[in-house]
Write a protein that binds this ligand. Structure first.
Ligand SMILES: Cc1ncc(COP(=O)(O)O)c(C=O)c1O
Length: 358
């Protein structure tokens, strides 16, 4: 199978290997995976620890309490929510239900890497539509739809570009899609976005009540629960049955369910993370721009930095103990993706890049 993509590799290892040297007495700063640098709610951690006291008990296979809490928080019917082992699990389950080898799966030029992986795994044809200013372009997406298009995956905001499609454009995209095309809106970074014209997809899904919209969310990013693997999807009733059938029965373990439930109960924590991330993102953008590193606008907990020689910049950062993510595999060879770190981690990045640029 020569056309198989490389398996996923963390940025510091595998095909993307670069030697990272933690500074003497210092620690490695891993900014390669878009994790939250600000931890998780103490309530979520306490709930997870408490559930560890009874490991002999199976988790609720239907994640009932979590779905009901999500329904309350987002004003959604819990019967239309499906939880997963991270949102990547659900994106994959959706692909397996809807797409066959003769189908096309559509996403944007620099779309989230998993979309291509899903298509390839299923033997379906991945099709990309050009972006405009590194942002999804509705007209280009609509022009790329054919009679074979089964799923359009849209990460909003997108990884690795960090950009988002405004609510009105999302509405226009859905309004002009044939009903036979399933629009999957992956809102993994939704909690970071403060723009008034942003919709994670839930408003559209509620408004249209359409058979062809599924919205996915995750607890891995702003909630800081990446290790536990919890995601959820809001889907039409016609899709939830197949999704429950295809997903593994115990796809969300009991510790993860407990942690996610408690995290939902601590909205102030998540808002604070959002605000701290935005402050540091603004500071990083300004500081890097000032030393000649272009940083396109991002609304996420990561940003892209443009270099004349991105590989050399990455090696320089690695020698200072800083791990970044090359994004040449997303068609962006001039860029590195950096997670927004703690203030002192961001200071280290700025200092390292100041030396590099000099
Ligand atoms: C756009 C996007 N969607 C989905 C995911 C998957 O998140 P998880 O499986 O941890 O919920 C990621 C992770 O980086 C992502 O960047």
């Amino acid at each position: 199978m020569s056309d198989r993509p490389h398996p996923y590799v963390p940025a510091a290892g595998g095909m993307a290997a670069v030697k990272v040297t933690p500074p003497p007495g210092g620690r490695l700063i891993d900014l390669s995976l878009n994790e939250s640098s600000y931890g998780a709610s103490p309530r979520a951690i306490a709930a997870a620890q408490a559930r560890c006291a009874s490991p002999e008990r199976y988790p609720d296979p239907a994640s009932t309490a979590l779905r009901e809490a999500l329904g309350r928080v987002h004003d959604l019917d819990p019967a239309r929510i499906v939880c997963g082992n991270g949102s990547e699990d659900l994106l994959d389950v959706i692909g397996r239900i809807y797409a066959r080898p003769s189908d096309e799966i559509l996403f944007t030029e620099h779309g989230f890497a998993q979309f291509r992986l899903i298509a390839t795994r299923l033997g379906a044809t991945p099709v990309t539509a050009p972006e405009r200013k590194m942002t999804a372009d509705v007209d280009a997406l609509l022009a790329a739809v054919t009679a074979r298009t089964k799923i359009l995956y849209l990460a909003n905001p997108n990884n690795p570009t960090g950009t988002y499609l405004a609510a009105a454009e999302l509405r226009r995209l859905h309004a002009n899609l044939p009903p036979s095309v399933l629009l999957v809106i992956d809102s993994a970074y939704a909690e970071y976005v403060t723009a008034d014209d942003y919709d994670s997809g839930l408003t559209l899904a509620r408004e249209r009540n359409a058979e062809n919209i599924i919205v996915t969310h995750t607890f891995s990013k702003a909630f800081g629960l990446a290790a536990f693997r919890v995601g959820w999807a809001y889907a039409p009733s016609s899709a939830t049955g197949p999704m429950h059938l295809v997903r593994a029965i115990g796809n969300v373990n009991a510790i993860a369910q407990a942690a996610a439930l408690a995290a939902l109960d601590d909205p102030d924590f998540t808002l604070e993370i959002r605000d701290r991330t935005a402050r540091e993102r603004g500071r990083m953008t300004a500081a890097l721009s000032a030393i000649g590193v272009a940083v396109p606008d991002a609304v996420t907990n990561f940003l892209l930095a443009r270099f004349a020689d991105a590989a050399a910049a990455r090696e320089h950062l690695a020698r200072d103990g800083i791990v970044t993510r090359p994004v040449a595999d997303h068609g962006l060879p001039a860029y590195l993706r950096l997670t927004i770190g703690l203030p002192e981690e961001n200071d280290a990045v700025i200092a390292s890049l100041r030396n590099f640029m000099a």
